[in-house]
Design a protein. Structure first.
Length: 196
């Protein structure tokens, strides 16, 4: 047995956050994933395949997400609202030794502006901290991605600064605003999520 055989992993889980259900993706989500990932704003801020096809969605759901979870490097959740796929939120770059992970998300165009990203990212960060003992959950947003920064702030993530040239999108390298949530933040009244 190697050290890798005993590396921690996430188990498939369903979480709820108000009207949101966060559950494992399955192939019945593929059409909606493909449609949302063809949206220009999603393409603008995420370095996903361009064009984004149904086959890309099926690979993401059937191969990428299960392998990520089984490796312990992260976990992907479908965000459902009233039976419809509203978006995807994930934990990635998971460092079990340091208990640090990063949250990421996208929201389908029809579901934007109603708190989906802020609620889902808060729920996932709280789950990582409370159920898995993580000490720090990071969130990065490009300096130009105002909606993502706003969502992070509403979720109670604390803005720490700008990591220069740290990210990439289809148009090239970007500076990233770094946010984090740590266990003590969960008790701070000023960092309670601001959900409308
Ligand atoms: C960023 C994204 C995930 C936000 O999802 P969402 O569910 O709409 O986010 P929320 O509703 O929780 O919060 C968004 C906030 O940004 C605001 N906002 C949206 N576009 C904005 C803009 N261009 N300028 C300023 N604020 C903006 C919204 O009004 C809302 O704030 P409010 O509730 O105070 O009105 C979504 O726009 C998206 O999927 N974008 C494309 C992919 C992406 O950028 N992923 C994140 C990469 S870091």
């Amino acid at each position: 047995m190697t050290a890798l055989d005993t590396a921690p992993t996430f188990h498939e889980t369903t979480l709820t956050a108000g009207e949101l259900t966060l559950r494992p993706l399955n192939q019945s989500d593929a059409d909606e994933v493909a449609e949302a990932c063809q949206d220009p704003e999603t393409m603008r801020w995420l370095p996903i395949p361009r064009p984004y096809t149904l086959a890309n969605a099926e690979w993401f759901i059937g191969t990428f997400a299960p392998e990520l979870r089984e490796s312990g490097a992260g976990i992907v959740f479908a965000i459902h609202v009233a039976g419809r796929l509203a978006g995807v939120v994930d934990l990635k770059h998971v460092n079990w030794a340091y208990k640090v992970a990063e949250v990421g998300y996208w929201v389908a165009p029809w579901a934007r502006g109603r708190g989906v990203a802020s609620r889902a990212s808060r729920a996932l960060a709280e789950w990582a901290i409370c159920a898995h003992g993580f000490e720090r959950v990071e969130l990065y947003a490009a300096t130009g991605n105002v909606a993502s920064q706003r969502a992070a702030g509403k979720a109670g993530f604390v803005r720490e600064g700008v990591a220069r040239n740290a990210g990439y999108v289809h148009d090239g390298r970007v500076d990233l605003v770094l946010f984090s949530l740590v266990p003590d933040d969960l008790q701070r009244p000023d960092l309670k999520p601001q959900m409308s």
